[in-house]
Design a protein around this ligand. Structure first.
Ligand code: PLP
Length: 455
């Protein structure tokens, strides 16, 4: 085992060393060799060292360099050194963190880390939470808590009776709601199409003045960090209206919640402590390995009620039992990487990571605007939208940038306009990476548009 792990550490280090200089997309040759990993399932066992050598030889070159410094697609963080190393150690621990008795260390780390995050985000004292696979499951968990709380108040046991014959709930979302929240609603039987959509402004923020009448059977879903623009809904205004009506407020803060950890940008999240439930990712802006998300509930009891299970062989300890707060029962120890990332960065390091990536996003926006291209959003966070002209031209630039390989940016349609999306989310990205990427993007755009490349 020791020699295998030593060799694996060496292979992983070599992979990471090569990330900054290789093409962000895998070569056609590397992809063409992927069948080497297939063939029929071997009938006999293989030497683990040979298995790892095979995986590295054909697998590593075929990866997308999304852990590297010039991947700006979707909202994708890399892996901080402490987080990656902790992930390896946790793999060796192989803890099942369903119950305290199965892993006292993980149960303790979860409580410690939830406390740190409560403090970092400025959430209300007593806020509880849980570690899940990502923001989609965090949205599902927060909304399950909401569903429980509102229906229990109406005298309905939704966990026991389901939604058959239940008093109806109204779900309010902004028109720019993320698809994963709609997916969570559909999984919960709340329906992705029976939502009430509230109009948004030019940045995608919900217009609070257009909220429908709220009542004690309404869940209002806000967004902290629009996936295209990075904009944040007016949290305090909506929470104040919801509180006086007895409605529940859930905030999807997949990446935007991390803005609350920076003194300079926390104002965007003003009122966050009044939200009833919140979802976020650690695998995005905190830069821990996939997969890692968190749900928070101001009152943890509805979350526990929505998620808990009981059986004679699952004796409770009277402590916080991790598996009573999550959709899963058996679960890996995701907290380990979150704890290590926070412990290594400290409060100042988290703030710096978020601020730095926001500054780099502005650098992108300034460089593209200086080259004569239209930046479509106010760059309030780490997201930049740029148009290179008409639909076809912008699409050709995006495809060209993706093929060229210096960096990777995706596409989108923002309020009717086709755009390239740039998301700066990795701890590893430097100013030099942005400048190198800008030069590549502008070069491709000049070729497509026929405009001169500015000096
Ligand atoms: C606002 C928002 N919510 C939810 C998600 C889904 O996150 P995950 O893929 O981690 O489940 C994303 C992903 O980009 C997002 O931006």
């Amino acid at each position: 085992m020791r020699e295998l792990l030593r060799q694996t550490a060496e292979r992983a280090s070599q992979y990471l060393d090569g990330l900054a200089d290789r093409s962000v997309i895998p070569s056609a040759e590397a992809l063409g060799q992927l069948p080497e990993l297939g063939g029929p399932l071997p009938s006999e066992p293989s030497d683990p060292e040979e298995v790892l050598a095979l995986l590295d030889r054909y697998g590593s070159p075929a990866t997308v360099a999304s852990a590297g410094p010039r991947y700006f697609g979707f909202v994708t963080g890399g892996s901080l050194p402490a987080a990656l190393a902790a992930n390896w150690l946790a793999g060796a621990w192989d803890q099942n963190c369903f119950a305290v008795v199965m892993s006292p260390v993980v149960a303790a780390l979860e409580e410690i880390t939830l406390g740190w995050l409560r403090d970092l985000f400025g959430l209300a004292a007593g806020t509880g939470g849980a570690f899940v696979t990502g923001a989609t499951m965090a949205n599902l968990s927060g909304l399950a808590a909401a569903r429980h709380a509102l229906l229990a108040r109406a005298g309905w046991d939704v966990e026991g009776q389901g939604l058959f014959g239940a008093p109806p709930l109204t779900v309010v979302v902004g028109d720019e709601v993320h698809v994963s929240l709609l997916k969570a609603l559909s999984l919960l039987g709340l329906g992705r199409e029976r939502v009430v959509r509230v109009p948004v402004d030019g940045q995608g923020r919900m217009r609070a003045s257009d909220l429908p009448r709220l009542d004690e059977r309404t869940i209002v879903c806000l967004q902290a960090g629009n996936v295209n623009t990075g904009a944040v809904d007016p949290i305090r205004e909506v929470c104040t209206a919801a509180r006086s009506a007895g409605a529940w407020v859930h905030v999807d803060g997949a990446f935007g919640l991390w803005l609350a950890a920076t003194p300079g940008r926390a104002g965007l999240l003003d009122g966050i402590d009044a939200a009833d439930s919140l979802a976020t990712d650690a695998h995005k802006w905190l830069n821990v390995p996939y997969d890692s998300g968190l749900v928070f509930c101001r009152d943890p009891e509805p979350l526990r009620a929505a998620m808990s299970t009981a059986a004679a062989y699952l004796a409770a300890t009277g402590q916080r039992e991790p598996g009573q707060y999550t959709p899963e029962c058996s679960r890996r120890a995701r907290v380990v990487e979150v704890w290590a990332a926070l412990r290594s960065l400290g409060r100042a390091g988290v703030a710096d990571l978020v601020e730095r990536t926001c500054r780099l996003a502005r650098r992108f926006a300034a460089g593209l605007a200086a080259a004569g291209y239209d930046v479509l959003n106010e760059v309030v966070a780490n997201q930049v939208l740029v148009s290179f002209g008409d639909v076809e031209t912008t699409r050709r630039v995006i495809a060209g940038v993706q093929r060229e390989g210096t960096c990777w940016c995706g596409g989108t349609v923002w309020q009717g306009q086709t755009a390239m999306r740039i998301s700066v989310s990795s701890w590893a990205t430097t100013e030099a990476d942005v400048d190198r990427s800008l030069a590549a993007i502008i070069r491709v755009a000049s070729e497509v548009t026929g405009r001169c490349t500015p000096a």
